[in-house]
Write a protein that binds this ligand. Structure first.
Ligand code: PMP
Length: 394
């Protein structure tokens, strides 16, 4: 059987990481994979998570299975974090999933189970794994314009025009905040226009939120998702705890489905639990338990929020420094978008050839579409990147 398998292309982002590790140049800079790093280049365990882990070691008395949908303490705490009081709790059904990726996969599976002909509208560009999961599931994908490469901002007119093409039953995938890979985001007026259009068409919004707290703040980053929940009859939300709790390898995420009422919510809940059962049965619990401990203990939560806020402000400062350096070196404002973008990523608008020059001549590694991980920089490497960008003709 195995002789029939075909080579799978390597994941581009992971392959870039490998090339970086093999580069012997001491001055090399890694702006590739999407993992937060301190200025010293380490991905730390957050203080509150470490403290929760210590407590958990003391108090955890069994490793028996949790509930099929995940520990209710986790799912409740996450509904609070993401949705606040935007909708009644009994309208929201939830499953804990292995990371945000697990939530995305389960969301698509739910859609396919209900409506095998549903098309999924995705931003151009989007996180590549959205596309590869949809292709794997055999679901039809439609791109909508999103990024204007001339201004490096959202092409909102193009986006709305393309979304005019949605039909009842289609799904429109949106990034809740900190768009990956571009860093360009909708403002609330634009969100309102999208909601109005989707409601008029009868399309289902699905929000992927993987960076809550990395953009404008924990509450601010949840505004869009709460607005959609409060104003659309139904929606899906895939949330990841990997970045904002720094627990990447624990595989912690949640899928939420907002239904029109509690009766539909109950049926949806049963279907979500069914999907967990078919795909991996019980979801991982360790990371989920750390998250619920941090969110429900006042001291741990305050410390977590303070650390997350430092992370966010550190990245904002790097954005401003980079935009400032580039303004100085180029004598123009054309890089101002870097300070406007939010989250861990920015798409710089460089050509693939310029990206290659940056790698070959300057040992600066970024994704081929010129997405950089802001957290791969520090105050000393920002001027190096800025000079290299000008040198490469960006
Ligand atoms: N969605 C987006 C847009 C992401 O960038 C990521 C992380 N790269 C995820 C979902 C899922 O992350 P994880 O599975 O590691 O929680």
């Amino acid at each position: 059987m195995f002789e029939q398998l075909k080579e799978k292309p390597a994941d581009k982002i992971l392959a870039l990481g490998q090339a970086y590790r093999e580069d012997p140049r001491e001055t090399k800079i890694d702006l590739g994979v999407g993992v937060y790093k301190t200025p010293e280049g380490v991905t730390p365990i957050m203080r509150a998570v470490k403290a929760a882990e210590k407590q958990l070691w003391e108090i955890e008395s069994t490793k028996a299975y949790t509930a099929l949908a995940g520990d209710p303490a986790f799912t409740d705490a996450m509904v609070g974090l993401v949705l606040g009081d935007a909708v009644a709790r009994d309208q929201v059904s939830t499953i804990a999933t292995p990371g945000g990726t697990g939530a995305v996969r389960q969301a698509f599976e739910l859609v396919r189970m209900v409506n095998p002909g549903a098309r999924v509208f995705v931003s151009d560009p989007t996180w590549p794994n959205h596309l590869s999961i949809l292709a794997h599931l055999g679901m039809e994908v439609v791109n909508y314009r999103y990024f204007d490469s001339a201004t490096c901002a959202v092409d909102f007119a193009g986006m709305l025009t393309d979304l005019e093409g949605v039909r009842a039953g289609d799904v429109v995938l949106l990034h809740g905040c900190c768009h990956n890979p571009t860093g360009a985001n909708l403002n609330m007026t634009e969100w309102a226009a999208v909601v109005e259009l989707l409601n008029a068409k009868g399309a289902l919004p699905m929000i992927d939120i993987a960076y809550q707290g990395f953009g404008d703040g924990l509450e601010e980053d949840a505004r869009a998702v709460r607005f959609v929940a409060a104003n659309c009859p139904e929606m899906l939300i895939a949330a990841s705890c990997s970045k904002n709790f720094g627990i990447y390898r624990e595989r912690t995420g949640i899928l939420m489905a907002v239904a029109q009422d509690a009766t539909l919510g109950k049926i949806t809940q049963g279907n979500l639990a069914y999907l967990n059962r078919q795909n991996y049965s019980f979801p991982p619990d360790h990371g989920a338990r750390l998250v619920s401990m941090v969110l429900t203990d006042a001291d741990l939560r305050a410390d977590w929020q303070a650390e997350l806020e430092d992370v966010r402000l550190g990245m904002l400062k790097l954005r401003e420094q980079l935009a400032g350096e580039l303004q100085r070196l180029s004598g123009s404002d054309r890089f101002g978008f870097i300070a406007q973008h939010r989250g861990m990523f920015s798409r710089l608008g460089a050509t693939p050839e310029q990206v290659e020059r940056l790698r070959e001549d300057h040992a600066i590694y970024m994704i081929g579409d010129s997405r950089i991980n802001i957290a791969g920089l520090n105050s000393e490497t920002v001027p190096i990147l800025a000079r290299a960008m000008i040198d490469a003709g960006v």
